[in-house]
Design a protein around this ligand. Structure first.
Ligand SMILES: Nc1ncnc2c1ncn2[C@@H]1O[C@H](COP(=O)(O)OP(=O)(O)OP(=O)(O)O)[C@@H](O)[C@H]1O
Length: 235
């Protein structure tokens, strides 16, 4: 099992947002966590990434208890988050942003140049834009750059926080294809409030409501559940 989350509780000050989540992600799976605005999806991923502390519960990654492991160590161990909002260094070129991403895992067996070449294969558009300032990329290209930078750290589990946010439907479809390509080698945990990526990419979907998992199963089962149809398609 790649990632095992047991009775995870997390929040801000007195306010508990995640109320005892149990979640297991097996190697090779693409697990989508579906939830509407403000249910705690980002809080869950940020807690798994170590960017905020767990109040209680346990996070195990590849057999190790990482509940109290610092964020940068989790990245070095292969648990990597692409946060919401596609952050990159706007004044630096696409290539310079990729070089910075590659340095995070300095002790990688693969040479920086080879790793950059491999991600450019995955995202050819970034190769075409290599000298362009990251701040001038389109929303879809910025999301690709953020994912490409994460891939340079050679994650074994890649966590994506609402990658489709703010993107046009056709770009979301392209992104979904890229996620499927990445999933051939990398385990993925993706949170979304939009059904497109979960329906195209997920091997399993769990639904989070008010900081707890309310439903889970195969994409066919979850996406045809009346509660999901009602909450996400409004019918
Ligand atoms: N730094 C913070 N301090 C206090 N409260 C916060 C903080 N970050 C988020 N919250 C609150 O925690 C709740 C869950 O937020 P979170 O961002 O995890 O939800 P989400 O499911 O990712 O939402 P969205 O889909 O809108 O991004 C919200 O009510 C939010 O206002």
């Amino acid at each position: 099992m790649s990632l095992v989350v047991k009775q995870l509780v997390a929040g801000y000050g007195e306010r508990t947002i995640i109320h005892g989540i149990d979640l297991e992600v097996e190697q090779g799976e693409v697990v989508a966590v579906l939830g509407t605005n403000g249910v705690g999806k980002s809080t869950l991923l940020r807690t798994l990434a170590g960017l905020q502390p767990a109040t209680s519960g346990q996070i195990r990654f590849e057999g190790r208890d990482i509940t109290r492991t610092r964020a940068h160590r989790r990245v070095q161990q292969g648990l990597v988050l692409v946060p919401e909002g596609q952050q990159s260094f706007p004044a630096m070129s696409v290539f310079e942003n990729l070089e910075l991403g590659a340095r995070v895992r300095a002790k990688s067996a693969t040479d920086t140049t080879d790793r950059i070449a491999a991600v450019i294969d995955l995202f050819p558009r970034l190769g075409e834009r290599r000298n362009q300032a990251a701040g001038t990329l389109s929303g879809g290209e910025r999301q690709m750059l953020a994912i490409a930078r994460a891939m340079l750290t050679e994650p074994s589990v890649l966590m994506l926080d609402e990658p489709s946010q703010g993107l046009a439907p056709i770009i979301i479809d392209q992104l979904a294809e890229t996620i499927n390509e990445i999933a051939r080698t990398t385990t993925i945990l993706v949170v979304e409030q939009n059904l497109t990526i979960p329906s195209i990419c997920a091997s399993r979907i769990v639904v989070i409501e008010e900081g707890a998992i309310s439903l889970g199963g195969s994409p066919d089962a979850v996406l045809s559940d009346d509660r999901v149809v009602h909450a996400y398609l409004g019918i």
